[in-house]
Design a protein around this ligand. Structure first.
Ligand code: ADP
Ligand code: ZN
Length: 220
């Protein structure tokens, strides 16, 4: 099962991607997580990526594509994968399709998570991440707060607010999304594998329900 999660920053792609990857026992590949791990380990790639990420800008296509192509060529991706945060531009989508086509493979489903704009901003700035790199749990102070303030339910490590969860960066990332990533919805519409679903607290469409819908859709 080869799945792509599309959606604006703050749409809850990461959480959905994790659930679906666990359900199908396939790797969850988050380009954001890979870049952050590289930054933490002080790699050359990390140094380059950080300059862009700190400003809410996209890392250049070439760097990003090389990284993802290497990752999905690994053995554990044989049965499929869930891509979270990739592709984010048309050239990235085209590079992915080209690589898969060379091996007679294709994407099975593109899940497009739609969320009202104001909810996106609110969700993003209330996001907190577990500081334990082996845990990576994600919380939201409003939607699903930790049981103990600022402490991860799963591993007890302190939570923190990622730089890109700050208001200005969040707004900039939404503009980048509209310009660079939103056109991918049309692109995948054309391939017939797009599944759009709404994730909205106000509309009472919470994440558990959305996961259920996606899994149901994948069965067909
Ligand atoms: P989100 O909070 O939306 O899950 P991510 O963790 O996916 O954000 O990404 C964080 C940052 O990493 C992005 O703002 C961007 O700078 C960089 N990044 C992640 N994926 C890509 C990509 N496919 N292309 C370019 N830059 C990327
Ligand atoms: Zn944790």
């Amino acid at each position: 099962m080869k799945i792509i999660m599309l959606g604006a920053p703050g749409a809850g792609k990461g959480t959905q991607a994790k659930q679906i990857a666990a359900k199908y026992e396939i790797p969850h590949i988050s380009t954001g997580d890979i870049f952050r791990a590289n930054i933490k380990n002080g790699t050359e790639l990390g140094k380059k990526a950080k300059e862009y990420m700190d400003q809410g800008m996209l890392v250049p296509d070439e760097l990003t594509c090389d990284l993802v192509m290497d990752r999905i060529a690994q053995d554990d991706c044989e049965r499929g994968f869930v891509l979270d945060g990739f592709p984010r531009t048309l050239p990235q989508a085209e590079a992915l399709d080209k690589m898969l086509a060379e091996e007679n493979k294709k994407i099975d489903m593109v899940v497009n998570l739609e969320t009202p704009r104001d909810e996106l901003i609110e969700r993003t700035i209330n996001r907190r991440n577990c500081s334990n790199k082996n845990c990576n749990a994600i919380y939201n102070l409003v939607l699903h707060p930790p049981k103990v303030e600022n402490i991860c339910d799963k591993c007890g490590s302190p939570l923190y607010q990622r730089d890109d969860a700050k208001l200005e960066v969040a707004q900039n990332r939404l503009e980048v999304y509209d310009r660079e990533t939103a056109p991918l919805v049309k692109y995948y519409e054309g391939t017939g594998v797009l599944y759009t679903t709404i994730l909205s607290q106000r509309a009472n469409r919470m994440r558990e329900e959305v996961t259920k819908d996606v899994v149901e859709q994948l069965k067909n």
